[in-house]
Ligand binder design. Structure first.
Ligand code: LLP
Length: 425
């Protein structure tokens, strides 16, 4: 996780900056992002996948600075809206190294992608083919991939499993809709089919489902070669690489994934008499997640029955993940050393519903009290990007730390920001 250093008196520093200093200077709640850790994770991917394209999945967390770090570390980018795409390109990301996803691309998504010259567009449904071909126009040219559903169940939670039929993403391998889309695409001169795509789910900690997916998708590549005489040069195996949210939890072994994925790809292709396509992967969580820490201030402590509720100044509006997926975090007290015996507490947010729980049944010092600071590690992915305007509290800022200095990347959303959008009466 983020390069944390324990300080005397219960302090904790990230990227060389004490978190208490960040809370004082930027207020709470706040997300802290360790730039060195993000960059190190990008490099770990580049080293593990030396012959593959590594595309950072922007949905995990995106800001202008993040765009620069990812570009400088030699990664491509996976986006799924005109918004993510415009932010990336206006921050200087080379559009030809961007890939656009989406199960329901809006006219604006497609127009923006074509106008900015996005490298690849992933076809997710049959109706999209004619729409995209028309938008590109006769004489135009766009590289595309087809997203294939290989019939594999994997992923940390039912809501983030995308490898099976019966969910909204991609085109099925089993009912022939993937093959059908390929046939139609090969008849569209302005759309160049360069490969297949497959993202089986998210927060996957086991290598095996990826290997099964590779075998099945290569099988489709062989059938495409047999039916059409076309050899597809690219294979994008998506992201979904799982990380540990608490000490001791399993994480996907990246080196094992990289090695076994390549071996499986080489073997499957040899078996089918196909040249090995260029591999791409799309990690989001595994790059941003462990590099972030969320900071909260305790506002109230309540003991009811045998439960202790520790209420903080954020909650489900800045981290909906426990409520959505039952994810468990490990908050810790920082900024003072407590000698009190620990108690089992439930860290809750400030929002108006009982399900606004950040961390149920965690161990905290028994003397935890209002004014204390809590740090929640592994908060860099799918938090700000999924933050909402619930109860009009305003979304937290993002503070980057590097080489002992902190700087603001994304400012706090103010009440003025929120009010300004309300223009009717
Ligand atoms: N590629 C595609 C096509 C995707 O749909 C996703 C994630 C990724 C790559 C990146 O997956 P990652 O490596 O970050 O797991 N909000 C959920 C996660 C949703 C993931 C959606 N797609 C969460 O907070 O766990």
């Amino acid at each position: 996780p983020a390069s944390t250093t324990r300080l005397p008196h219960g302090g904790l520093a990230v990227g060389g900056v004490p978190l208490t200093e960040i809370a004082d200077r930027f207020d709470t709640p706040a997300y802290v992002l360790d730039e060195g850790e993000v960059r190190a994770r990008c490099r770990t991917y580049r080293d593990a996948f030396p012959d593959a394209e590594v595309l950072y999945a922007a949905k995990a967390f995106l800001s202008r600075a993040m765009v620069h770090w990812v570009a400088e570390e030699g990664l491509g980018l996976d986006v799924c809206s005109a918004g993510e795409l415009e932010l990336a390109v206006t921050a200087g990301f080379p559009p030809d190294r961007i890939l656009l996803h989406g199960n329901a691309k809006s006219p604006r998504d497609i127009e923006t992608a074509l106008r900015l010259g996005v490298g690849r567009i992933v076809i997710d449904s049959p109706s999209e083919i004619a729409r995209l071909a028309a938008a590109v126009g006769p004489g135009g040219h766009q590289k595309v991939l087809v997203r294939v559903v290989p019939g594999i169940s994997a992923g940390g939670h039912e809501k983030i499993r995308t490898g099976t039929d019966g969910q909204k993403f991609g085109l099925s391998l089993t009912d022939g809709s993937a093959q059908h889309a390929v046939t139609r695409l090969l008849g569209q001169p302005q759309l160049e089919l360069v490969g297949l795509h497959c993202h089986i789910g998210s927060q996957i900690t086991d290598v095996k489902p990826y290997l099964t997916a590779v075998r099945r998708v290569v099988g489709l590549m062989a059938r495409i070669r047999d039916a059409h005489g076309v050899t597809l040069p690219e294979l994008d195996m998506g992201g979904g690489h799982g990380i540990a949210y608490r000490p001791g939890e399993p994480a996907l072994d990246l080196t094992a994934l990289a090695g076994r994925l390549r071996a499986e790809l080489v073997e499957s292709c040899a078996g089918a008499g196909l040249p090995v396509p260029r591999l791409a992967v799309e990690p989001g969580r595994a790059i941003a997640g462990p590099a972030g820490v969320a900071l909260y201030r305790v506002l109230a402590v309540k003991r009811t029955g045998d439960r202790v509720f520790v209420a903080v100044d954020g909650g489900m509006s800045d981290n909906p993940r426990p409520a959505l997926y039952g994810v468990r975090y490990a908050p810790r007290l920082i900024g003072r050393r407590s000698t009190a015996a620990s108690c089992t507490a439930t860290v809750v947010g400030r929002h108006c519903e009982a399900g606004d729980i950040l961390a149920a049944d965690v161990e905290l010092p028994g003397d935890v009290h209002p004014g204390d600071l809590l740090a929640v590690p592994v908060a860099g992915a799918y938090q700000l990007s999924m933050a909402s305007g619930y109860n009009m509290v305003g979304r937290p800022p993002v503070v980057a730390v590097a080489h002992g200095a902190a700087r603001l990347l994304v400012r706090r959303e103010t009440l003025d920001d929120l009010r300004r959008r309300d223009i009717g009466d």
